[in-house]
Design a binder for this molecule. Structure first.
Ligand SMILES: [Zn+2]
Length: 63
């Protein structure tokens, strides 16, 4: 497993996060992890609309 630099610790996680399109601008929103990586914070680069969603982490424990 490669070592992740400290300046971009969430890069690998964000790469698996689906993009979200701004409701009004129809452009991809910027993504960042918040809440110790439990939540995804989306920010629109145009209208600065913000949206936070909880990560759906399913580690395969579904019975
Ligand atoms: Zn927007």
């Amino acid at each position: 497993m490669p070592t992740v630099p400290n300046n971009r610790p969430d890069q690998a996680v964000l790469a698996q996060v689906p993009d979200r399109i701004c409701t009004w601008c129809k452009v991809p929103m910027a993504k960042r992890l918040v809440g110790a990586g439990r939540f995804i914070h989306y920010t629109c680069p145009k209208c600065i609309f913000q949206h936070t969603t909880k990560r759906e982490d399913k580690p395969g424990s579904q019975a």
